[in-house]
Design a protein around this ligand. Sequence first.
Ligand code: RET
Length: 260
Amino acid sequence: MTQTEIFQAIQSDALLSASLWINIALAGLAILLFVYMGRDVQDPRAQLIFVAALMVPLVSISSYTGLVSGLTVSFLEMPPGHALAGQEVLTPWGRYLTWALSTPMILISLGLLAGTNLSKLFTAVVADIGMCVTGLAAALTTSSYMLRWVWYVISCAFFVVVLYILLAEWAEDAEAAGTAEIFNTLKVLTVVLWLGYPIFWALGAEGLAVLDVAITSWAYSGMDIIAKYLFAFLLLRWVVDNERTIADIASGLGSASRGG
Ligand code: RET
């Protein structure tokens, strides 16, 4: 199928194309709002949190533009064993690719808020990229149904590392940093929503094919709206109001260290 045919297939499914266009519009608004909110931030760590959070809608608008244009969508023939075996299934693989860029930004902003050291930040980011890239491999594997699920399990293993750092390591660091209250709110929001992604992957056309492509796309788009824009808005609003607390965080990252 040519890119034009894929583009037309997406446009002719009103439910599917709406799930993409709404995110392009929201990402655009979020970029403008976050730039405005950050206009007076002076502290370098607070500025870094802003830059990381601002990258989220910037990656998102690029991601959804890739999907809506058909550039990062393919029709892939599912292997024997899959519920839609032998059929060409619309696979928006650009999502999984761009998650490898957007989700590390979410983790960097959360880690900085918690006062992480470099080892934990590196581990979380690398495991997160591993999760997204192996999730992409799961979606693109057409040779064997079993190997699609092997990739899925590898991706989940990376995800467990991310969850451990969020729930155990950074939760403790945030207590010491004096940011526990906002960190805990954002941690719960992140953990609950992020768990939805592998569930919808498993139920959607890529996995067990219980859910239709447009429904899965809306599920991802809805989770994205909360996990990205609401998340970043709550974080940035808090950072603007509590810049002093952020500036006072002592950490092993090399900046703003007060020796304990
Ligand atoms: C996949 C499938 C394989 C198993 C796992 C997954 C997890 C994906 C997650 C995605 C989060 C995306 C976000 C995007 C917002 O920009 C790749 C679906 C574990 C957790 C938050």
